[in-house]
Design a protein around this ligand. Sequence first.
Ligand code: DLL
Length: 431
Amino acid sequence: MNCYQPDIERAAENRLRDLQSERLVRTVKHAYDNVAFYRKKMDEKRVKPADIKSVDDLPKLPFLCKDDLRDAYPYGFLAVPRSEVVRIQSTSGTTGKRVVAFYTQKDIDLWDECCARAIAAAGGGRDDVVHVCYGYGLFTGGPGLNGGSHKIGSMTLPMSSGNTERQIQFMCDLGSTILCCTPSYAAFLAEAIIEQGVSDRIALKAGIFGAEAWSEEMRRDIESKLRIKAYDIYGLTEISGPGVSFECSEQTGMHVNEDHFAVEIIDPDTGEALPLGSKGELVFSCISKTAFPLLRYRTRDICVLSRGKCSCGRTLVKMSRLMGRSDDMLIIRGVNVFPSQIEAVLLQGGFPANYQIVVDRVKHTDTFDVQVEMTPEMFSDTVKRVAVRESELVSAMRAMLGISPKVTLVTPRSITRSEGKAVRVIDKRKI
Ligand code: DLL
């Protein structure tokens, strides 16, 4: 009965807010009691845990930034005894400056649950063969989707990334039905499958792609080449990993798992809360986790939130595709890269910090070039020596970032100087 629907929807929203509030109150007390950062910051703001009574009180809490986590490396935000921790995951980052996220078994269970919801929304079930070629290890992509697939009861192929030939062979032989990887790797796999002429042996029906920005055009291209429906998935290590939000069959944005993560949208310059429908920076509070209960974490990801009626029946708030970042972090082939990491490698190798990063996307794959100015002394070296120095830099950057750029040493003063801030990054990708 349509005329009753608004009340039903309002009741569902109220129930969700009550649940969120109850969980938030518990988490704030837990964080205050166990994490020095929260005690100090809340005391400075004269906010006591008892002042937080519902999600409406979130703005009373201090923001948390990546640098706060780095400063507290490694254990500063761990809120349970170490004996309760069963897993860590970590972001890529400058040595000693990584963010390490901790999980109790209960935290892993809720993360698995979030990823299971994403797989279910893509049509996954017990009869599916879920082919996970996100990286395993410290990166959250592989372990997250792996856990979600187990939870659903699907047969899980923990392929990890790389070795395209083996990926395709397993896909054909074992009948993979759901593919989980970055969109760039999905596009690469699609081309390889077509080149090998094995499209008819592929049983894929859906793909769950995330960890980097991708366009609607790229989605349609992957969908037509792999003959699947492609779903977006979002998440970040600090908040648990993939599955913070996921797309449903409507493909118009990602539903946030709001029973575990309270989301706000703020003006990145002023920190002021913005209403639904405004473009701003995403801020998440973990309201169910215990080992690493981050509150009001500034993601630097820019998007729009909306709470409309979704044809899939879910009432969870939706976030749009990401529209960029409010800091200088680049995501290249799914890997987070900060220009400061490149700079650190150059300085360690005795190079001047005059460099430019050029990123482009060719056939759905990111290209990553770093041009580095030589000193006049280096410039007088032999051509052979220059090639050796370039390959040394590639190795050092691979060790720091986990991916290899193409490094070119260029003549002194050949990188254009700007009047104001140096232009370190030229990102030509149209996403
Ligand atoms: O990328 C977690 C993940 C794994 C998400 C697999 C989805 C699938 P991090 O390495 O910590 O975690 O990087 C987090 O990646 O702040 C966004 O800027 C970006 N990102 C994640 N998902 C998407 C997406 C994982 N669907 C950072 N679209 C985030 C655009 C994304 N950017």
